[in-house]
Ligand binder design. Sequence first.
Ligand code: HEC
Ligand code: HEC
Ligand code: HEC
Length: 436
Amino acid sequence: MKARLIASFAASLALLGNCSVSAADADLIKQGEYLARAGDCVACHTAKGGKPFAGGLPMETPIGVIYSTNITPDKTGLGAYSFADFDKAVRHGVAKSGSTLYPAMPYPSYARVSESDMQALYAYFMKGVEPVAQENRASDIPWPLSMRWPLAAWRWMFAPPVADTPEVAGADPVISRGAYLVEGLGHCGACHTPRALTMQEKALSAADGSAFLSGSAPLEGWIAKSLRGDHKDGLGSWSEEQLVQFLKTGRSDRSAVFGGMSDVVVHSMQYMSQDDLTAIARYLKSLPAMDPQNPPHQYDKQVAEALWKGDDSRPGASVYIDNCAACHRTDGHGYTRVFPALAGNPVVQTADATSLINIVLNGGTLPATHTAPSTFTMPAFAWRLSDQEVADVVSFVRGSWGNKGAAVKASDVADLRKNDMHTTSGDDLGQVTQPH
Ligand code: HEC
Ligand code: HEC
Ligand code: HEC
C-alpha cells in the first residue's frame, strides 16, 4: 500500500515536471481533479482512442459537425491560458480569441460554478493534466453558417449570467449542494431537459420552470428521460438509496444504465463521494412531478400467469417468450442488478419509445464500475427480428405487468433502423457522445 502511494506520488511529481508544488497546491489540484470528474470534461474532450483531454471528439450540431478542443496545458491547448482566459471559456462561453463557443460546450450550466471551484479546476488543468501536443480540428460547418457571430447573439439571449452563488437561498444544505452539482458542473440538463427550436434548454434550474430535467427528444437514438417526480416515466418510485446506487454502479434493483448515461456513470458519477451522491439524489427527489395525478405503478399479474400457462395469444407474447424471458423473466422482474426489471421500469414507459426500440435492435452492455465490476450484455436483435416483431415485443413490454406505455408501430422501428445504418456507415460519427 505504502509502495503504491509513493509510486503514485512520484508519478504525480514527474507529471508536474520541474515546477515545485506545495502541499496546498497539491490539495487544490486534487480538488480540481474531483471537480473535473463532476463536470465530466473528459467525456467530450477526449476522442475515441485518443489521449485524455486532447480534444478532437466529433459532435453533431444542427448545422454540422464540430470537434471538441485540446484542454491539456500544451501550447496547442490551454498552455497560454491565464485564469481569466480559462474562466471566460468555461463559465462565459468565450474563447481566448474572443469568439463565442458553440453551446455544445455546456457553459450555460457551468455559469453556476463558484469562483473557488474554478480556481481548483484551473490548477488541475494547468498542473495536474499531462500536456499533449495536438492541434485543434476545424469544424465541418460550411460557410456562411460557420461564422461565429450568431453564437454571440445566442449567448447574449440565452446564457445565464455568471453568478457566484453555490447555495440556494433558504434550501436544505444537502439539497442545495445537490442543486449546485446537478444544475452546474453535472450539466444533467444538457441531456435531460428539452430544448427549444433555438436549441437553448427550456429551463436551466429547478427555479427556472418545470421543464427542467423533464426529458429530452431523442439524441443519438436514446431518450434522456425525465428525472422529475412522476411515477410512470420519472423517478417518483425510486428511493434516494436506489438513485445513489444507480449513479455509483450503473445499476439498481430498478434499472441498468445504457446509452449516453453509461459515459456519465463511468467517467463521472462513480467517482463522486457518498455525500455528493446523496446530495444529488436528494435534490432530484425534491423535483415535483409534471403530472401530480400520475399514480404509482401497480403490478398486474395477469400477463405473467397467462405466460405460465403457455398462453401467448397477446401480440408480442411469443416473441417475448422466445427472445427475452430467459433474462427478463415471464413476470418482468428480471434478476436484480444483473438483468433489469421491465415491470414498473420508467424507462419502459416513456412517451417516446426510441430508447427501447434501440436497445432491442442493437443490444447493450451494462458497463463495469469500480464497485460493480461485472458486466452483462443484452444481445442485439436487429438481425433476427422483423420491424413488426420488434414493434410487437416492445409494445408487449410497454403494456404488460401494469406498465402503461403506448404501443409502437413497425414504421417507428423501420425509421430507427434507417438512421442506424446512416450513422454506422459514416466515418466516426457513430461515436458522438453528446447532443446538440
Ligand atoms: C458536452 C460536451 C463538453 C463537456 C462536458 C465539456 N466541454 Fe469544453 N468544450 C466542448 C466543445 C465542443 C468545445 C469547443 C466549442 C467550440 O469550438 O466552439 C469546448 C471548449 C472548451 C474550452 C475552450 C477552449 C478554447 O479553445 O478556447 C475550454 C477551456 C473547455 N471547453 C473546458 C472544459 C472543461 C474544464 C470542462 C469540464 C468542467 C469541459 N470543457 C466540459 C465540449 C464540452
Ligand atoms: C450525455 C447525456 C446525459 C447526461 C449529461 C446525463 N444523462 Fe442521465 N441519462 C441519459 C440517458 C440517455 C438516459 C437513459 C438511459 C438509462 O436509463 O440508463 C439517462 C438516464 C438517467 C437515469 C435513469 C433514469 C431511469 O428511470 O432509468 C438517471 C437517474 C440519470 N440519467 C441521472 C442523471 C444525472 C444526475 C445527470 C447529471 C449528473 C445525468 N443523468 C446526466 C443521458 C444523460
Ligand atoms: C441475455 C440476456 C438478455 C436478453 C435475452 C434480453 N435482455 Fe434486455 N437487457 C439485458 C441486460 C444485461 C440489460 C442492460 C443493458 C445495458 O445496461 O446496456 C438489458 C436491458 C434491457 C432494457 C432496458 C431496461 C433498463 O432499465 O436498462 C430493455 C427495455 C430490455 N432489455 C428489453 C429486452 C427485450 C424486449 C428483449 C427481447 C427482445 C431482451 N431485453 C432480451 C439482458 C437481456
